[in-house]
Write a protein that binds this ligand. Structure first.
Ligand SMILES: [Zn+2]
Ligand SMILES: [Zn+2]
Length: 96
């Protein structure tokens, strides 16, 4: 019996650090910070897409984070402004 959860595949990427844009003070989250954020959003979703009428199973490594208020409209990278969506709902959210 093999009941062990599969280990996530680790990609070889250089860890990028968050940086603050000096002009706007906006924090660009990358690397470890982004992973924490994803994790938090994913935990809240309890593993299911947060799209309307959608209960698709999503996984931390495949879910797509959607900004409720787009970053281009001043939305920020906080869990309250993010939705854990499956691929389909994310496309819908962007009107595709
Ligand atoms: Zn989006
Ligand atoms: Zn969905």
């Amino acid at each position: 019996m093999n009941c062990k959860p599969r280990k996530p595949i680790r990609r070889k990427v250089k860890p990028k650090k968050s940086r603050v844009l000096w002009r706007t003070g906006r924090v660009i989250k990358k690397g470890p910070d982004m992973r924490d954020l994803r994790h938090e959003v994913w935990l809240r979703s309890q593993g299911y897409c947060e799209g309307d009428d959608c209960n698709a199973r999503i996984f931390e490594n495949t879910m797509e984070m959607h900004h409720v208020t787009f970053r281009s409209h001043g939305g920020s990278d906080v869990p309250e402004n993010l939705l854990a969506l499956c691929n389909l709902c994310h496309r819908k959210a962007h009107g595709q």
